[in-house]
Design a protein around this ligand. Structure first.
Ligand code: IPE
Ligand code: IPE
Ligand code: MG
Length: 244
């Protein structure tokens, strides 16, 4: 904590988290996977509060991937139920705390009542500026890139975009994360060291911190330890190593 406050100027602007390990947390206790997901929701509350307290402007949480639709229906239902409960019970408090909510992912695959709740929450919190909480639901990095390419191709075919004018900036503006800075830091819990189709474009130069902690056990202290590790890193973006 001390380290973080001292180096406030270099804090990451955007932290993205792959919240993994709910199933293993439950299994280790002889509980159903659903119990791990429920406990994981408490960890979400902890990190959102911590991000706001630390002064991190953007936090993105990977809640459900496009590939997670392949899980058993009962588990998908449980996760969607938790999402409903989160949207129903937390938005007022998030709004009060100055949190702006944004949801990315293939929204058309979600139940209509969830889509409605997301739209309401986004419009209610749109003018808040303390923390932007981005929740990735039914999200896949490749899907997002393909959707952006399709949209730009249709604009080009209609004569509205010159193909020669398509550069990184224009392409990024066609992604769902338009207007959000790229993550400086990616944290993944549970010991897995892979991206699992999360923010593929945006993480081009993101620093990655992997921790063995299972998501339901992830604390504010774990969060600040990951940020402290990030603060030790030297970011080079392809340039030569700095001397001295
Ligand atoms: C993360 O925990 C939650 C989601 C992916 C929705 P998992 O459910 O993947 O937990 P493990 O990886 O099986 O332990
Ligand atoms: C990534 O975790 C997706 C989320 C945390 C929402 P998974 O558990 O689905 O990823 P894999 O299958 O281990 O790569
Ligand atoms: Mg997992």
């Amino acid at each position: 904590m001390v380290a973080i406050e001292r180096m406030e100027s270099s804090l990451p602007s955007h932290v993205a988290i792959i919240m993994d390990g709910n199933g293993r947390w439950a299994k280790a206790r002889g509980l159903p996977r659903a119990a791990g997901h429920r406990k994981g929701a408490d960890a979400v509350r902890r990190v959102v509060e911590a991000a706001a307290d630390f002064g991190i402007p953007y936090l993105t949480l990977f809640s459900f991937s496009c590939e997670n639709w392949k899980r058993p229906l009962s588990e998908v239902d449980e996760l969607m139920g938790l999402l409903r409960r989160y949207l129903r019970s937390e938005i007022a408090e998030l709004h009060e705390k100055g949190v702006r909510l944004r949801v990315i992912g293939e929204r058309h695959r979600l139940a209509p009542d969830i889509v409605r709740m997301i739209e309401e929450a986004e419009s209610r919190t749109r003018d808040n500026s303390r923390l932007t909480l981005v929740i990735a639901i039914s999200y896949g990095g490749r899907q997002e890139i393909v959707n952006a390419a399709r949209w730009l191709a249709s604009k080009a075919a209609a004569g509205e975009v010159d193909p020669e004018a398509i550069d990184q900036e224009l392409f990024a503006s066609a992604l769902e994360t338009q207007g959000i800075p790229d993550p400086d830091l990616l944290i993944r819990t549970s010991g897995e060291q892979r991206i699992s189709n999360f923010l593929l474009w945006q993480l081009a130069y993101g620093e990655m911190v992997f921790t063995d902690r299972l998501w339901p056990d992830f604390t504010r202290e774990d969060f600040s330890a990951a940020i402290a590790e990030y603060l030790q890193r030297e970011r080079r973006y392809g340039a030569a190593i700095s001397s001295g």
